[in-house]
Structures are given as structure tokens and as C-alpha cells.
Design a protein around this ligand. Structure first.
Ligand code: ADP
Ligand code: GLC
Length: 487
């Protein structure tokens, strides 16, 4: 199986896609699948990869590109890095330093898709032919479309990690990329007069998956479908939701080298050591009594940061400390900084991407805030539960599938209650739920129970990886009968 992704932990990470692109192939390998990966050789990824060897040189149109051999983290799993000057830039792979998309993203990621096709068709000189090509998000979306042009091809699976980023470009891009006119129709790559990379996956892949069962249902509705709900409902028999797992070695409070002191479900005392360490790092007063509530996120509309900002007048009146770790839209960063200036003893913000601090905050916090407007899966609410940090989430997508709401104080706790959730996307619903959490936090025993339920939940990949194997099997069955040509 060839797994194509635009980011793979630890080579390059901007969000959850990188985590999944690491841990899912590892889990699939453990089940016996011959998973190999392809991603662009960004400058930062090359540095992290260490020594690489040239595996192949490909001629793609007028471009000469190289495939470099690397390994997935500390495993033996092969990763091919696609080297081309267009990828040889530092920083964010999608956005230029001015925050705008790199102007040549269509060309760069089309190259990734074409390289995937060359590998898939065993034309790269690697002497390997996958049975499945598994693509992820728009950056690899043209691959399933291009593969339908081949007379004999592997089966294709396309996973939607986030429908909101579609890879839309002007109509002329189709010709500029040398793609056939036959792709230009509303059941193909056209999306309201623009060319959509995402539709290359949604319209042409043998099977489509997304990263939670709830999101799989939601994206078939206008509220969450981003204009693609029609196509997704039309293909609903080929669409399924498979919940992400987490890497329980990287995210393990018993062994995590990035936290101040290890702990487990029977020995939670050390959470306090982590809380104090986190408070020191954040410049907040060290204290035990008030809960430390954290949010770690891309600062984007998706994550409900606007709801948090609107709730800040109310939240800052509550007996708690609030800490934010995030990077993204400047307006959110600035507004959060404003609140730290007003309440330096209660509110802290770290802007930037800091893997180490994210682990320490998960370990030291009492509660984790994730009020997303939509959330395909979300990983942090799972990391939180594993670290005894009780999540407060909006009941959407993967958050609804992984966090069970605890009832108000006084009611009996259901056996699965592991956090707090709310439906309405309003600051009032958010603050009411934080109040509910605060009330239960006062009840030490009940709080311990909720922490324990979260910490002992099974978030491993094994079950989900088995479901992917089943989807691969179905994709092979479906291969005939999809797209422009079939074999
Ligand atoms: P998304 O992929 O939509 O951003 P996920 O919850 O799936 O959301 O994954 C986000 C991942 O990125 C998590 O591993 C989270 O810890 C990490 N992350 C997000 N922002 C930061 C940050 N500023 N510093 C460190 N890690 C971050
Ligand atoms: C996307 C989604 C997030 C999901 C991640 C990994 O970035 O926004 O919800 O967890 O992909 O699948």
C-alpha cells in the first residue's frame, strides 16, 4: 500500500494529519500490510530525515524530480521524499511567510500526485507495485483521478481529514497542469467554475473515508458539506467514517520524556508536579486549587476560537487559570494577547508551534477546551483523556464520537462519562459547560472517576487499522466501474 500525505510526523507537522500519517501506517504494518509512504521533501523535513539516499530519478513532463529514501521515525518503514526546488523552502508547506498560500501550490502538489502515479504503476524503477494507493486530503487528491487514466491500476482510497481545505484553483489550471479536458465536468474536477484537487479524490477514488463516523454523516449535509454534500451523498455507499487512533507510545504519561514527572491512572499525584511546571513555563502563579484550563490548537475559525474570545469576559470571572498554545490567524493571536495583558495572573498565551510544551500542558492541565465549530476527528481531546485532563468539547464530528458528557453534579455518573460537551455554538453554551465542569471539579472523588474513565479508554489504532484493511478490500472489489476508464 502506498500512503501519500503532505505531512508526516516527525518529518513535518502542521496538524493532526501528520500524526495520523505516522501512526496509521505503523499500525497497518503491524497487521501485516506492506505500507510505504510518499511525501514532499520540504527543507525542514530533509533536515529532520538526516542522511538520505537517492532511490530514483523521475521525469514528470518537463520536470526532473528525485525520490529520496528515508525512514518513518525510528521504524524501518520506507518513506520516499519527493525532491523538487518547489518544495525546498523552510517553514509552513502551504503558506508563505505573509500568511498567504504559496503561489505555486497547484504545480507543486500536482507533481506529488504524478509521482504517486509513477510509483503506483511501477514506472519509478523501484521494483514495487502497490495494490492500494491511499491518498489524504486535497494535496494528493489528483492521484485517484490520474490513476483512472491507466488501463491497469491499483485500487484507490481517499481520506478526508478536513473538507474545508479543498485545493481550489482557477479553471485555467487544468490545462496548465496538462490534465485532460475529460476531467472538466461537475462530476469531475470542476467546482463552480474552479478546479478542485479535493474532487479528484471524492469523485474518482474507489472508496472514500473520513476520520470519524459522525463527520462522515455531517459532510453529507449542507451545514458541514462545504458545497460537496451532493457529491458525498451521491457516493455515500462508498463513504465511511473510521475514527482516528492516537500513538499511545508518543502520548504516554508513564514514559513521556517531554513532561516534568511521569504518572498513571493509579498515581495521579504527579499531575500536580506537571501543573506547577506548566504554570512556571507559562508565567502563571503556581497554585493547586483553581483548575488550569488549556487550549492547544491551530488558531482558525474551525476551532471555535471566536467563541472562546466572546466568552472571555465570563471565563475570566471564574476561579480558573487559562492557557493557550496556538498559532494561526493574527487577529486571534492579538485578541488572546489582549486578555493576558488584562489578567496576567490568570491568562497565558504562547504563540507558536511547540511540541514539547503541548505535552507538558496536556500533563499539567486539569481541563482541556476544544469548542470546535466542526471537527473531522480531533486528536487533542484523546491525548487529554489519556493524560487525565478532562476535555470540554462541542458535540460535533470526532469530538462527539470520543467524549461522553458527564451529567450535572448530583446525578449518577454514567460508566463512560469522560468529559463535558455542548451542542450550541454559542459563548453561553460554552461558559455554562465550563461552569458544569467547575462544579464537578469541586467533588474530588467524582473528578477522579472521570479522569480514570478517560485514562483507561482504548484509543489505540488497532481497531481502526483493521477497518482500513476492510476498506482496502472493498476498494479492490469496487475498482471496476469508477471514473473515466476502468480496467
Ligand atoms: P487539526 O489537525 O485540525 O489541527 P487535530 O486535533 O487533529 O487538529 O491535531 C492537531 C495536532 O497538532 C495535535 O497533535 C496538537 O497537539 C498539535 N498542535 C496544534 N497546535 C499546536 C501548537 N501550537 N503547538 C504544538 N502542537 C500543536
Ligand atoms: C484534520 C482535522 C482534524 C483531524 C486531523 C487528522 O486536520 O481538522 O479534526 O483530527 O485532520 O485526521
Amino acid at each position: 500500500m502506498l500512503f501519500v500525505s503532505s505531512e508526516i510526523y516527525p518529518l513535518l507537522k502542521t496538524g493532526g494529519l501528520a500524526d495520523v500519517s505516522y501512526s496509521l501506517p505503523v499500525a497497518l504494518r503491524e497487521l501485516g500490510a506492506d505500507a510505504r509512504l510518499l511525501m514532499p521533501a520540504y527543507r525542514d523535513a530533509l533536515q529532520r530525515a538526516g542522511k538520505t539516499r537517492r532511490a530514483a530519478t523521475l521525469q514528470i513532463g518537463t520536470e526532473t524530480v528525485e525520490l529520496l529514501d528515508a525512514r518513518l521515525g525510528n521504524t524501518e518503514i520506507p518513506v520516499w521524499l519527493l525532491a523538487h526546488p518547489g518544495f525546498d523552502r523552510p517553514g509552513n508547506p502551504y503558506l508563505a511567510p505573509d500568511g498567504k498560500p504559496w503561489p505555486d501550490s497547484a504545480e507543486r502538489f500536482a507533481l506529488l500526485c504524478r509521482a504517486a502515479v509513477e510509483i503506483a504503476q511501477d514506472r519509478a524503477g523501484l521494483d514495487w507495485r502497490p495494490e492500494i494507493v491511499h491518498c489524504n486530503d486535497w494535496q494528493s487528491g489528483l492521484t485517484p483521478a490520474l490513476l483512472t487514466l491507466e488501463t491497469k491500476r491499483p485500487a484507490t482510497v481517499f481520506t478526508v481529514h478536513n473538507l474545508a481545505y479543498q485545493g481550489l484553483f482557477p479553471a485555467a489550471t487544468l490545462a496548465e497542469l496538462g490534465l485532460p479536458d475529460a476531467f472538466w465536468h461537475t462530476d469531475g474536477l470542476e467546482f463552480h467554475g474552479q478546479m478542485s484537487f479535493m474532487k479528484g479524490g471524492l469523485a474518482y477514488a474507489d472508496r472514500i473515508t473520513t476520520v470519524s463516523p459522525s463527520y462522515a454523516r455531517e459532510i453529507q449535509t449542507p451545514e458541514f458539506g462545504c458545497g460537496l454534500e451532493g457529491l458525498l451523498s451521491h457516493r455515500h455507499e462508498r463513504l465511511s467514517g473510521i475514527l482516528n487512533g492516537i500513538d499511545t507510545d508518543v502520548w504516554n504519561p508513564e514514559t513521556d520524556p517531554l513532561i516534568a514527572a511521569p504518572f498513571d491512572v493509579r498515581h495521579l499525584e504527579n499531575k500536580l508536579v506537571n501543573k506547577h511546571a506548566a504554570q512556571r513555563r507559562l508565567g502563571l502563579p503556581e497554585q493547586n486549587v483553581a483548575p488550569l484550563v488549556v487550549l492547544i490548537s491551530r488558531l482558525a475559525q474551525q476551532k471555535g476560537i471566536d467563541l472562546v474570545l466572546k466568552a472571555m469576559p465570563e471565563l475570566t470571572r471564574m476561579p480558573l487559570q487559562l492557557a493557550f498554545l496556538g498559532t494561526g490567524e493574527a487577529v486571534y493571536e492579538q485578541s488572546l494577547v489582549y486578555w493576558t495583558r488584562r489578567f496576567p495572573e490568570r491568562v497565558a498565551v504562547v504563540t507558536g508551534f511547540d511540541e514539547g510544551l503541548s505535552h507538558l500542558l496536556e500533563a499539567g492541565a486539569d481541563m482541556f477546551l476544544m469548542p470546535s465549530r466542526f471537527e473531522p476527528c480531533g486528536l487533542n481531546q484523546m491525548y487529554s483523556q489519556r493524560y487525565g485532563t478532562v476535555p470540554i468539547v462541542r458535540q460535533v464530528g470526532g469530538l462527539a464520537d470520543t467524549v461522553s458528557d458527564a451529567p450535572p453534579q448530583g446525578a449518577e455518573l454514567p460508566v463512560e462519562a469522560s468529559g463535558f460537551s455542548f451542542r450550541e455554538a454559542t459563548p453561553e453554551a460554552l461558559t455554562a459547560t465550563v461552569r458544569r465542569a467547575l462544579a464537578l471539579y469541586e467533588n474530588h472523588d467524582a473528578w477522579r472517576v472521570i479522569q480514570g474513565i478517560g485514562m483507561t479508554k482504548d484509543f489505540t489504532w488497532t481497531r481502526s487499522a483493521r477497518q482500513y484493511l476492510e476498506v482496502y478490500r472493498q476498494a479492490k472489489e469496487d475498482r471496476n466501474g469508477v471514473g473515466i476508464t476502468s480496467d
